[in-house]
Design a protein around this ligand. Structure first.
Ligand SMILES: C[S@@+](CC[C@H](N)C(=O)[O-])C[C@H]1O[C@@H](n2cnc3c(N)ncnc32)[C@H](O)[C@@H]1O
Length: 321
C-alpha cells in the first residue's frame, strides 16, 4: 500500500463506522478524521449542507520541515485523496493550510484561511439551521465537539432566562430559543460573529426582540450586570483560552480568570439556576477555591462525541448554586 492509501483506507473506515452512528442519531456534520495516523496530521470534517456535501480539511502543525514546493505538492495529493474517498469534487474541499512562517505569540497566524468569503452554506443540526463559512476563518461557525452540550442546553432551556457568554455565532442560543427559552442575552466582542449570530436567528425564526445580542467585552459586561442585579436561570460560559483585543481592557486568560468569571456567573444565577462552564485549554486546572462556592459536576469526557478521537478537546462542568 502506498502511504496515501493508508490515509484513504483509514478515512474510508472512519466514514463507514461513524456513518452508521451519524445516521442513527441524525447527525449531518461530523469529524471523520482526527489525526488518526501521525504521518497524516489532518482534521477532516464532513458537512451535509443544503447545497450538498462539503468538506473542511485542516492541516495540523507538527513542526515538520518541508520545502514550500514539497508542502504544496503533498497537500495537493491530500486534497485529491480526500475528495476521492469522500466522493466529492476537489473544489468542495476547503483547505486550511499551515502557514510557512509562524508569527510569534499568535497561534492563529500559523494557518492561512483564505480570507475570502466562501460559499454561503447552511447545515442542519437537530432541526436547527446554521450558517457555515468554510473559507474565511479557521473555524467554521459551528464547533462540533459541543454538539451534545447544545442538546443539554436545549433540554434545560424551556421557560428560562438564558445567558450566553462568548457567544460566537450564537449556536447555544439558537438551541435554547428553539427549545422555548423565555428570553436570552448573548454577549460577544466581535461584530463579525454577532452579525453571523443575527443571521442564525433569522434562519431559525428567532424573535430578536426577546433574544438580545450584545457587543461587549464579557468582563466589562459582567461587572455591569452584577451591579444591576440581573438574574438568569441558565448560563453558558465558554471562553477562549486566551483573548487579547484592542476593544477590551487587558488580556483574558482562562486559567487565571476562570475563578472570577465563574463567581460573577454565580452572582447572576437564580436560586435553582444552572451554569455550564467549558474550556478547550488542555493544561486547564479548575481552581480549588472556586469549587467550594457551588456544586460542580464534570461532564467531560461523556460530553465529547463519538466522532472526536481527541478525548481532551474540551472540558465541561455543570455547576449549581
Ligand atoms: C471559542 S469561541 C466561543 C465558542 C462558542 N461558545 C460556541 O460554542 O459556539 C470564542 C468567542 O469569544 C469571543 N471573545 C473573545 N474575547 C472576548 C471578550 N473579552 N469578550 C467577549 N467576547 C470575546 C470571540 O469573538 C469568539 O466569538
Amino acid at each position: 500500500m502506498t502511504d496515501l492509501a493508508f490515509y484513504q483506507n483509514r478515512l474510508h473506515k472512519n466514514v463507514r463506522r461513524l456513518g452508521k452512528w451519524a445516521a442513527r442519531d441524525n447527525i449531518t456534520a461530523l469529524r471523520v478524521y482526527d489525526r488518526d495516523i501521525p504521518e497524516f496530521p489532518l482534521i477532516v470534517e464532513r458537512f451535509q449542507t443544503e447545497a450538498g456535501v462539503r468538506v473542511h480539511l485542516q492541516e495540523v502543525d507538527t513542526g515538520w520541515q518541508q520545502s514550500a514546493a514539497e508542502h504544496r505538492e503533498w497537500l495537493d495529493f491530500i486534497v485529491e485523496a480526500t475528495a476521492q474517498t469522500l466522493a466529492v469534487p476537489p473544489e468542495h474541499v476547503a483547505v486550511k493550510r499551515r502557514a510557512r512562517q509562524r508569527v510569534q505569540g499568535d497561534k492563529s497566524a500559523q494557518y492561512s484561511a483564505t480570507g475570502r468569503r466562501g460559499e454561503e452554506l447552511v447545515v442542519l443540526e437537530a432541526g436547527h439551521r446554521f450558517l457555515l463559512d468554510l473559507e474565511a476563518h479557521l473555524d467554521t461557525g459551528l464547533f462540533l465537539d459541543h454538539r451534545a452540550t447544545r442538546a443539554r442546553v436545549a433540554a434545560a432551556a424551556a421557560g428560562k432566562r438564558f445567558l450566553n457568554l462568548f457567544a460566537y455565532t450564537g449556536s447555544f442560543t439558537v438551541y435554547a430559543a428553539c427549545a422555548g427559552a423565555q428570553s436570552s442575552v448573548s454577549v460577544d466582542l466581535s461584530n463579525t460573529y454577532l452579525d453571523w449570530a443575527r443571521r442564525n436567528w433569522a434562519l431559525n425564526r428567532i424573535d430578536a426582540t426577546r433574544h438580545e445580542l450584545v457587543r461587549a467585552d464579557v468582563s466589562t459586561w459582567l461587572r455591569g450586570a452584577v451591579a444591576q442585579n440581573l438574574e438568569f436561570d441558565l448560563i453558558v460560559l465558554d471562553p477562549p483560552s486566551f483573548s487579547n483585543s484592542k476593544r477590551m481592557a487587558g488580556i483574558l486568560d482562562v486559567q487565571r480568570d476562570h475563578p472570577w468569571l465563574i463567581r460573577q456567573c454565580l452572582a447572576l444565577l437564580a436560586r435553582r439556576g444552572e451554569l455550564f462552564f467549558s474550556t478547550n485549554l488542555r493544561s486547564f486546572e479548575l481552581d480549588a477555591q472556586v469549587q467550594t462556592r457551588a456544586q460542580f459536576q464534570e461532564l467531560s469526557p461523556q460530553s465529547i462525541p463519538e466522532d472526536f478521537r481527541d478525548r481532551r478537546i474540551h472540558r465541561l462542568w455543570h455547576i449549581r448554586r
